[in-house]
Write a new protein. Structure first.
Length: 533
């Protein structure tokens, strides 16, 4: 019991220290309890001189009555230990931090002169805390939750549903609950909520490997009617938070959780933080992995998967989760084995059965704290609020590249181009200016109903009698199209010539050589094309 209490004290102290380091707040002895045992001489020799400073800050402390009482008992403790002649260090006792926590929590490290040994301990401790990963916070949460449950067991106040869900057998109650127990459980629960917040929002944690945007795109892909809502915002679900609490936090009403569920296409159990591990039954290869047709309970694995679903690949050697999406599911006849084709590089041969290769999947139509979830809103989004910040991939580009804007990349036939992960490819810089000119020259004027001024004049079917007028019309049309685009400063060269039929002098097309100049640059973009008559 004493060891468990020490663990939870250390865990809450580490959590407090992490926040202080994050916010640049001054550290106290309670944050680095390892140096308290080295501070006995300091308090023994200086307590009467520094005590008034502690008394003056009683009203500012989170628990003034506790602080006041501990100042009095600490004074008695100092006096009694001064006359003890056994030579032992009174601060060597394991319970010293708990007995006088308020004293040490109000002793700023910057206000005392540290020895070299103490400074080394502080430096090592802060370096360790700054390097915390998701696993460290999960450990802190487990220690705090364990202490909360111990108090609940002791006072016979555990919840049957909670015990059933977490498959725990509570210890029989031994004492009646009192206000101290209630307050302590409340404090522990608040600490758990704090850890949940960190787990959901600290993106810098090195083990946070899931791409939240990919999960959000997958999860929010539904066409359900969400009533009066006309827009929404994407936020992170806190670890341990249910939909009712999320609805209370974002919409101000816990009963509107159903709106969030519908908007995101969620179905019971709505939230799945754990997922399910499924081992590979043979070495992976290319873009394919093989799985058993059933799990240990003889449930069909195929019923847990769908095309487009996100899976996480891992093994004993490759412990960092790799995210892929399912492109195709094939069920082998008779054996029932599953062959999954995944997106991404064809390099899955690195996942081997001998290294316990596996995938982790989450229940379909659920979310977890790695998701961004859509919170519906009744207000229509204002176009003026669009985010015009330049994208990261143009940060190092010169101003000429940035001026050429960003568009969807198209094939020669006009079709959109997708990358291996299913995202639309973009074009920017010089490539985008070239594509822009090609589009302007490849669209007939009036072809785009919403942009009737876009494109070249129609010249098909024009007779040879008016060919000069056609040339002038096309040339003027090209000049207007280019000069109206802020990406270009003008035309460096424009040649419009006949293309005659080999067997006669009849003009069958116009051959056009066009060189445009980019705005604020000497860069030229040459385009050669023909227009049929």
């Amino acid at each position: 019991m004493a060891l468990e209490l020490e663990n939870v004290v250390d865990s809450t102290s580490d959590l407090s220290l992490w926040f202080k380091l994050l916010n640049g707040e001054p550290l106290t002895l309670s944050d680095v309890s390892e140096i308290i045992r080295l501070r006995w001489d300091y308090f023994r020799d200086n307590w009467e001189y520094i005590k008034p400073d502690y008394v003056a800050t009683i009203g500012q402390y989170s628990n003034p009555e506790q602080f006041r009482a501990q100042i009095d008992t600490f004074s008695d403790f100092i006096k009694s230990q001064r006359v003890t002649s056994n030579g032992n260090n009174p601060f060597d006792n394991d319970d010293i931090l708990l007995r006088f926590y308020s004293i040490f929590d109000n002793t700023q490290i910057n206000n005392i002169k540290l020895t070299f040994e103490e400074q080394t301990i502080v430096s090592n401790k802060t370096a360790k805390i700054r390097a915390f990963t998701r696993g460290d916070f999960l450990y802190i949460r487990s220690q705090i939750q364990k202490e909360r449950d111990i108090i609940a067991d002791k006072t016979n106040t555990t919840d049957e549903d909670y015990n059933r869900i977490f498959n725990r057998s509570p210890q029989p109650g031994r004492v009646n609950i009192n206000n101290k127990d209630v307050n302590k459980m409340y404090e522990l629960q608040q600490s758990i909520k704090t850890v949940d917040f960190v787990l959901a929002n600290a993106f810098a944690l090195t083990t946070s490997a899931i791409d939240p945007f990919a999960l959000a795109r997958t999860n929010a892909n539904n066409k359900l009617d969400i009533g009066d809502y006309s827009s929404g915002s994407m936020i992170k679900l806190n670890y341990g938070e249910d939909l009712q609490a999320l609805s209370k936090r974002t919409l101000g009403d816990p009963d509107r959780w159903i709106d969030i569920a519908i908007a995101n296409g969620l179905k019971p159990p709505y939230i799945d933080e754990i997922g399910e591990r499924i081992d590979l039954i043979s070495n992976a290869g290319g873009n394919q992995i093989n799985l058993s047709g059933t799990d240990t309970s003889n449930n069909l694995n195929v019923n847990k998967m769908s095309v487009g679903q996100v899976v996480l690949l891992q093994s004993d050697i490759l412990t960092f989760p790799e995210q892929r999406s399912i492109l195709n599911i094939t069920e082998v006849p008779i054996s029932g084995e599953l062959i999954l084709e995944l997106d991404g590089e064809s390099d899955l041969n690195k996942y081997k059965v001998s290294e316990n290769a596996n995938i982790r999947i989450y229940k379909q139509n659920t979310i977890n704290s790695s998701f961004y979830i859509l919170i519906p809103n009744q207000e229509t989004l204002d176009d003026n609020n669009a985010d015009d910040k330049e994208p990261w991939f143009l940060n190092t580009s010169d101003e000429t590249e940035k001026r050429q804007k960003i568009d969807l990349k198209l094939e020669e036939g006009g079709d959109l181009i997708f990358d291996p992960s299913g995202d639309l490819q973009l074009t920017f810089g010089l490539d985008n200016s070239t594509q822009a000119v090609q589009l302007k020259m490849g669209v007939e004027l009036g072809e785009l109903r919403r942009h009737p001024e876009y494109g070249l004049s129609t010249v098909a079917g024009t007779t040879n009698i008016s060919i000069e007028d056609v040339k002038n019309q096309v040339a003027q049309n090209i000049v207007n199209s280019i000069t109206s685009d802020e990406r270009f400063s003008g035309i460096n060269r424009l040649d419009v010539e006949y293309m005659k039929d080999k067997g006669s002098d009849k003009a069958v097309a116009l051959s056009i050589i066009l060189i445009v100049k980019l705005a604020d640059s000497d860069q030229l973009v040459p385009i050669t094309f023909s227009v049929s008559l």
